[in-house]
Ligand binder design. Structure first.
Ligand code: SF4
Length: 910
């Protein structure tokens, strides 16, 4: 908790960039700003981080343990923690006794803190004796983990953020960094502005906000990255761009990798044909890479989320090994992680095929070490079920009990309807969550209230191996408790009180740090993950821990506690000695025969469906959906298509479409942004049953996984798009939640002091007035009610006013182009409607045109499209000029590509 007047330093809970956040709590108000002392962001935050305060609301929180008896009861009933935990301990123990340890499982999350993750992994692998604990990080970076282990022998990210700034060439592969890791992107953009000779290449089928900074964009066909990097390997070798000394002394496997590369991608022409990119662009990229020693190849979900994800990672690493561009400043392959603590989870072995502290499940000596250290009765002897397999095993009845923590698999897993079926059949489902109602908690037999960001306390590790503290600054609401505590209580109930007698996260962290050192010096190949410098911290030291990158040896003066920058200065550069963490200390080239996505497009499903994030939302929106500022940018689920594909599919910009695959379907608004190549479609991952009637994209995604990493192929599912015919479109703004039971399709948007529902219907409505009154819950005949109807045009609008303040309004039309929501939103900020406002409601547009700012473009400062267009027409012809006039684009900068696009379109003569 903060001392009066001093901010608490904590870490953003969203992306793997891992920005430091200062939080000042003053009474009911929480001020959130960037931590100027944090080496990751130096005081900056993107809009998601800046809006964190808006997500700290009590609405919807899970506050008490709830129980639905496995034997029957339909409703969750409030119970005490003791009762809930007794039931969990009893049911898991019963199933283990009857069916063995493989019949129970945990599905956890990169949202957990390292301390929670550590205790979960210890309980399952050391005290259940199974490795059936997997995590949603499986869905985002397990291919990178597998690629690192194959090449380096250990899961090590060899690059820092400073290297990105130091590089002369940054290749961003399968990463919309501008939207998904905005602060990292801004660091690249700033470095490029300071050193214009620095080049940026973006490899992505889509043109995204990230391509705005690119000197070269390669819109490769989805799934063809291995051809691209095999071709690069072959090209580099053909042109003598080889660090022969490095390859000879420090690597193995080159000949085979080269032979495969030559055979599959031995010419620029062959690569261009396979990748669907102009030959000259491929050649330009290869030449650029060949002549630039300081090259970073940064990659993210577009690489990892593929049935060939691990090979994609290794095909990239191969090029860095060939050129010796690893272990040097400004050079190396760089996996950018998606989640705030995906890395921390990897450190404690939170995946089904890992052991704690970077030890190997398949290594008997490592198993012995961990079991000895934990003094546990058993140790998992073989890998457990990976995420997709795990839910298949639940549906088939092999796994009978599952404990899901801090994640929402009914929305986020591929073939998500299968997950629904599995959980509906599962004998015993425990869900730990901060929210009472999610798509997944609907299946819980036991719901355990967890602590949210701001309430929990521990550490996270970002993409560059930097451990930072997440600190609590709010009291726990209701009976919410830390996840590590609930897990430790189960250990205690099973008779292992000593092994789980933690008094807080500091003690857990200390145990984790000690395990990283245990047997490490004696191992023939030491583990690079070593936190010996953090062992034995006092509670005060742990509390004051400054952000620090591992390893933290503590032997060469790099005591991290006083100052992160000083600690970094002592950081040895990983692999700079040419020694890797394989048995012979040599890195491995991995031969990567390319292969296309498993399911090909066909006549019935002619589009390749790609999925991903939008700028202002996070995962399944359980937090960002609460923030009006974040909801304002992209407010509906959408499907983006090439205009020609839209035409061929019979759908139009702004209309509704059904997107279908062999696994499921959803309904979304059609966009033709011009960012997609032909025969592809893009749908964001965030919307779920709490925010839309029919928009879980997970239910459409094929459950195909990479054979090595088990990561699903989220970026390529054959799909079809068809018109979703409706008779009318409408929307409501209301100060209170409304049931959407009169419509065929709806989506919900959080606003300032209101909720907005967009909806559509297929039924002919005889009396719109009666429909509106029912929809808005207006029963009094003398209510202050404004309405207008044009029966010929099929247009209707109504507003309900209570004590001169707007309470709700509803607009309906046969066409989707309804009046400005931004203007109407402004009316909800007023305590009293003026006569002109009432006239505006009646005529369906503001009487003062300036009152309509238009849809939000810059979420940081709430600047709408209309104001930007007006400023452009008034002479602001650059993003900088707009920033000076309106502030837009001057904080996180994520909207700058949109500003540039608006400038371009607004300046075109009518
Ligand atoms: S870039 Fe944004 S979302 Fe990511 S950690 Fe920083 S503030 Fe949070």
């Amino acid at each position: 908790m903060s001392e009066a007047g001093r901010p608490v330093k904590t870490t953003c809970p969203y992306c793997g960039t891992g920005c430091g956040v200062d939080v000042l709590v003053r009474g009911d108000a929480t001020e959130v700003s960037g931590d100027a002392t944090h080496p990751t962001n130096a005081g900056k935050l993107c809009v998601k981080g800046a809006a964190l305060g808006e997500t700290l609301v009590p609405e919807g929180r899970a506050l008490h343990p709830m129980l639905r008896e496995p034997a029957g009861g339909r409703e969750l009933q409030r119970v005490s923690w003791d009762t809930a935990l007794d039931v969990v301990a009893r049911e898991f123990r019963r199933i283990i006794r009857e069916d063995g340890p493989q019949a129970v499982a945990w599905y956890v999350s990169g949202q957990l803190l390292t301390e929670d993750y550590y205790v979960a992994n210890k309980l399952v692998k050391g005290f259940v004796g199974s490795a059936n604990i997997d995590t949603n990080s499986r869905l985002c970076m397990s291919s990178a983990v597998a690629g690192h282990k194959r090449a380096f022998g250990e899961d090590i990210v060899p690059v820092s953020y400073e290297d990105l700034e130091d590089a002369d060439l940054v290749v961003l592969v399968g990463s919309n960094t501008a939207w998904c890791h905005p602060i990292l992107y801004q660091r690249i953009v700033k470095a490029k502005a300071a050193r214009p000779q620095m080049k940026v290449v973006v490899v992505d089928p889509r043109r995204t906000a990230t391509t705005d900074a690119a000197d070269l964009h390669l819109p490769v066909r989805a799934g063809t990255d291995v051809w691209l990097f095999n071709g690069l390997l072959s090209f580099l070798y053909q042109h003598g761009v080889v660090d022969t000394d490095f390859v000879d002394a420090h690597t193995r496997g080159f000949d085979r990798a080269l032979a495969v590369a030559d055979n599959t991608a031995g010419s620029v022409r062959a690569v261009a044909r396979q990748c669907g990119v102009d030959e000259s662009l491929i050649a330009e990229f290869y030449r650029l890479f060949a002549r630039t020693a300081k090259t970073i190849t940064a990659f993210s979900m577009g690489v990892n989320q593929s049935s060939a994800g691990t090979d994609k990672v290794n095909s990239i690493i191969n090029c860095h090994l060939l050129t010796g561009r690893i272990g040097k400043p400004g050079a190396g392959p760089f996996s950018i992680t998606g989640q705030p603590n995906a890395m921390g989870g990897r450190e404690v072995g939170g995946l089904a095929n890992m052991l704690a502290a970077h030890m190997d499940l398949e290594n008997a000596q490592h198993r012995q070490l961990v079991q000895t250290f934990w003094d546990s009765p058993c140790i998992a002897e073989r890998p457990g079920l990976k995420a997709v397999e795990l839910f298949e095993a639940i549906e088939s009845g092999r796994v009978k009990a599952v404990w899901i923590m801090a994640t929402n698999p009914v929305v986020s897993l591929p073939d998500a309807d299968q997950v629904k079926r599995a959980l509906a059949k599962c004998e015993f489902v425990v869900v730990s969550d901060v929210m009472h109602k999610t798509d997944t908690t609907a299946y819980a037999h036991v719901l355990l209230p967890a602590l949210a960001w701001g309430e929990k306390d521990g550490t996270v590790t970002n993409s560059e191996r930097r451990i930072s503290r997440q600190r609590a600054f709010l009291p726990a609401p209701g009976e919410a408790r830390p996840d590590w505590w609930a897990l430790a209580e189960i250990g205690r109930r099973w008779g292992f009180a000593d092994a789980f007698a933690y008094d807080g996260p500091g003690q857990i962290f200390d145990e984790h740090a000690r395990l990283t050192t245990f047997g490490n010096a004696d191992d023939e190949v030491p583990r690079y993950l070593n936190l010996s410098g953090l062992v034995g911290m006092s509670a005060g030291d742990y509390d004051a821990l400054a952000p620090v990158r591992w390893p933290v040896s503590g032997q060469d003066g790099n005591d991290p506690r006083p100052d992160a920058a000083a600690a970094d200065a002592f950081m040895p550069r990983v692999f700079s000695d040419g020694r890797f963490y394989t048995a012979d200390r040599k890195a491995r080239f991995v031969a990567t025969p390319p292969r296309l996505p498993v399911h090909a497009r066909d006549e019935d499903f002619p589009l390749a469906l790609n999925t991903g994030r939008v700028r202002d939302h996070w995962h399944t929106m359980t937090r960002t959906g609460l923030s009006p500022r974040l909801a304002a940018h992209i407010d509906e689920p959408y499907v983006d298509l090439h205009p020609q594909d839209a035409l061929l599919s019979g759908v139009r910009e702004g209309g509704l479409a059904r997107v279908s695959t062999r696994w499921g379907s959803l309904v979304a608004r059609v966009r033709t942004s011009g960012e997609l190549p032909r025969r592809t479609a893009f749908v964001p991952i965030h919307w779920n049953a709490q925010y839309a009637s029919d928009a879980r994209v997970g239910s459409l995604v094929n459950p195909v996984v990479d054979p090595v990493s088990g990561e699903p192929e989220f970026k390529h599912t054959p799909a079809r798009v068809e018109d979703f015919a409706v008779l009318w479109h409408g929307f409501v703004l209301s100060r209170t939640p409304l049931p959407m039971d009169q419509v065929i399709w709806w989506t919900r948007v959080t606003g300032h002091r209101f909720l907005r529902y967009e909806f559509a219907g297929r039924e002919r409505v005889g009396e719109w007035s009666a429909f509106a009154r029912t929809a808005l819950g207006v029963h009094a005949t003398d209510a202050d009610w404004i309405e207008y109807e044009d029966r010929t045009a099929g247009q209707y609008r109504a507003a309900w006013v209570v004590d001169d303040r707007i309470e709700a309004c509803l607009f309906v039309s046969p066409r989707p182009d309804l009046p400005s929501r931004a203007w109407l939103s402004g009316l909800f900020a007023k305590d009293r409607l003026e006569d002109l406002d009432r006239i505006g409601l009646l005529v369906g547009e503001p009487t003062d045109r300036g009152a309509d700012a238009g849809p939000t473009v810059c979420s940081c400062f709430g600047i709408g499209r209309n104001r930007i267009v007006e400023a452009v027409r008034g002479g602001c012809h650059s993003a900088e000029a707009l920033g000076r006039k309106l502030q837009c684009g001057t904080n996180c900068g994520s909207c700058i590509p949109e500003l540039k696009a608006l400038i371009a379109t607004s300046l075109v003569p009518a």
